[in-house]
Design a protein around this ligand. Structure first.
Ligand code: SF4
Length: 406
């Protein structure tokens, strides 16, 4: 095997990590190095999710694989054992040194570490834990760490990983279990769920109120997962139903959606084209509505349906429920205001606070929203009432489209 220099390894292993979408840092606990203690800091809500590019651009999170060797053969993955790509592997010490050196040069604010499976789940997880253990315990690194868990690893290794990482994640990969069995035969859906369950229990235990003895630190930024969109036939409704279950059963902080991208030498079981990026975007919008706007999946979309690519899912819902609009911004409850197109969570909360002082006019809404183009057909204010929502006049109804013949 050829010996690769560090720069070459970095080029290969940062490129191999780019398919992993799940790397946001929001919601972790605050650590810092004020007073000369430790290296780095990690404040809540930073939202860093960039990756290192070999050409030196835009580095916020060093996002790499420990190795892109893998003994598994997941059909959708460029790192599968049967793939003909250049391979590389970092040593534990190399990842520790890279993270600290990049941090000190102000290139990054943390580390996102994933890996192909080498030898076994336990062996791979142990190697990754060695990296984060060395960073936290030996080098007192206080920056953000997102660690990908290996579902086949032992619960003890999972718990140790969660001790050092801010966020952990396990990829559910595909929305359908039978697709996973078909396209990733080495993966074990039950093992993925079991590990997500272990993480949830650890987080619950850590945050249990009234504990007399403080539980050890356990993934303070929670757990997340990633689903590939468009590699199988699952409709958006099915994808969101899976997300809804994951949020409920494992209290995930986030499900990331990653549009399938065709890979070299792919099997005929995979599509030749990637789905439109807008599909991924609409799924994120719908996911947001599930988590923060009080919608349930079946209100937004049937299991076998796809989201409308032409309009966002909240507007689509409003147009299907015209009888519930316009809503009076001076009287409507929070739930209904959140369902109004053009009103976001922060705007609604500020609007509720402001209307305790006075009756709101359209200008107040305009100032809160930074514009009212989208919201005016759906609201009544002290000095504003829209015309009835009729398709012919409605400024937000989607344009008629010619269907494709092919
Ligand atoms: S386990 Fe599957 S998805 Fe993960 S690196 Fe290996 S082949 Fe790719």
């Amino acid at each position: 095997m050829a010996v690769l220099d560090l720069r070459r390894k970095l080029a290969i292993l940062s490129d191999a990590a780019k398919y992993d979408a799940s790397c946001a840092s929001s919601g972790t606990s605050r650590r810092d190095s004020r007073g000369g203690k430790g290296v780095g800091s990690s404040g809540p809500g930073m939202g860093i999710c960039h990756a290192y590019a070999p050409d030196g651009r835009c580095i916020s999170l060093l996002k790499i694989l420990l190795t892109n060797y893998c003994i598994y053969d997941c059909a959708y993955c460029v790192n599968r054992v049967s793939s003909n790509v250049p391979r590389a592997r970092f040593t534990v010490q190399e990842v520790v040194d890279l993270t600290l050196n990049f941090y000190k040069r102000n290139y990054i604010e943390g580390l996102f570490l994933s890996s192909g499976i080498i030898r076994s789940g336990d062996y791979t997880m142990e190697e990754m834990v060695r990296v984060v253990r060395a960073l936290r315990l030996d080098r007192d690194f206080r920056g953000y760490i997102h660690l990908k868990l290996i579902p086949e690893a032992s619960p003890a290794l999972t718990a140790e990983a969660a001790l050092y990482a801010d966020r952990v994640s396990i990829n559910i990969e595909l929305p359908r279990d039978d697709s996973l069995a078909r396209l990733a035969p080495d993966k074990d859906v039950a093992g993925i769920r079991r590990t997500m369950g272990e993480v949830r229990l650890g987080i619950d235990e850590r945050s249990e109120k009234g504990r007399r003895v403080r539980a050890p630190r356990f993934a303070p930024a929670g757990q997340s997962t990633q689903m590939i969109v468009g590699a199988d036939e699952a409709a958006d409704g099915e994808i969101l139903a899976r997300s809804e279950t994951l949020y409920g059963a494992y209290r995930l902080r986030r499900v990331y959606y990653s549009a399938f991208s065709p890979i070299p030498d792919a099997t005929a079981r995979l599509p030749l084209q990637r789905p439109p990026m807008m599909r991924e975007h609409r799924l994120y919008q719908a996911d947001w509505l599930l988590r923060f706007y009080g919608f349930s999946r079946d209100e937004l979309i049937g299991r076998a349906e796809n989201l409308d690519l032409a309009i966002d899912p909240k507007l689509a819902w409003a147009l299907r429920h015209r009888d519930r609009f316009p809503v009076d911004v001076n009287r409507a409850d929070r739930e209904m205001l959140l369902r109004t197109p053009g009103l976001g969570v922060r705007t609604v909360d500020r609007l509720l606070a402001m209307r305790r002082q006075r009756r709101l006019r359209l200008e107040d809404v305009r100032r809160l929203c930074g514009g009212v183009g989208k919201v005016t057909p759906f609201i009544v204010a002290a000095d504003w009432s829209p015309l009835a929502l009729a398709d012919a006049e409605h400024p937000v109804a989607p344009e008629p489209r010619q269907l494709s013949l092919f």
